[in-house]
Ligand binder design. Sequence first.
Ligand code: 9MR
Length: 351
Amino acid sequence: MTKSFLISLLIILVVGETSCVRQDTETLREYAGKRHRNIGVAVHNSFFMDGTNEQYLKILKEEFNTVVAENATKPYMMEPERGTFVFSRADKLAGFAEQNGMKMRGHCLVWHKQIPKWMNNDQLSQEELLSVLKEYITTVVGHLKGKVYAWDVVNEAIDENEPDHYRKSVWMKVIGPGYIDSAFVWAHQADPDALLFYNDYGAEAMNAKSDAVYELVKGMKDRGIPIDGVGLQCHFQVGKIDFDGLKKNMQRLEDLGLQTQITELDISIDTGKENAQTLKQQADAYGKLARIWLEDQNCTAFMIWGLSDQYSWIPSFSNNKRGTPLLWDENFNKKPAYYQVLNQLKEASVN
Ligand code: 9MR
């Protein structure tokens, strides 16, 4: 028996009990829409190639009202050679979103990973790298103006283990911490209506990293930098989620006048431990997080980092130590976690 067959079987066992009363015509999108809430997934690279899986597309547009590209709108894809911008993928996703009445998040403008080699060059002068960054942001945000409602402007700039808390990326090394403020200012100039986010991982609950993120964004607010919110990535593992800490952190960011968004949610299970109990634990965790989001009007999106377990980044990233983190299994069967999120949406009050 294959692993995916076993997981499908488990899912049938776990959710089977109530399936006779469940109406499978109900969707996350329907209830999120009634409650005016944004729910979405990261769209996999295969979407941008020919022969896209029809089942994938069907679920994407039926179940979600928001999309974000998992990789296709990152700088290595958008400006592979200096001065040569490739908009075809971004345009394809923006077109799909428009056709299907969905919103699009933009991910991400400034990061230390997935930037083209020519850009990731600490031999460039400060002046030159600043002009590279300005041209990139102005061109990309300008091109997608009115199509992307929220941008992750700066991604993962904090390293709480550095004495000054700044990750030593090419941006930091060549430009210095001012690159962060500048990026937000240029993004705002290019599309004054887009919401602008700082996005990071491991800074969801109350800890040294979220303290450093808090200090960063507080400083930005104090300096009048156009930042609208903080993206909480939420790459979690079953049994290791600090829900109360997350709520506290969301509250202190709200107190600064910033929105929060759950931007990259997945909840992985240790390989070999996929069983009815862990799938239920996973489902309960998804349900709790959906409730936290739904009860907090200041948390303006619930984005899951992929649709089907088939395409998740987790197995290869973790050397196959973890996997099965999403709402649909490898064969596009809804998992218990799906039904928990749906139930939370159904129970949430209509605003
Ligand atoms: O899911 C993305 C994966 O396909 C890429 O190989 C990886 C490269 O680092 O980036 C993944 O997405 C990341 C996101 O852009 C930023 N936050 C962490 C995500 C998971 O690594």
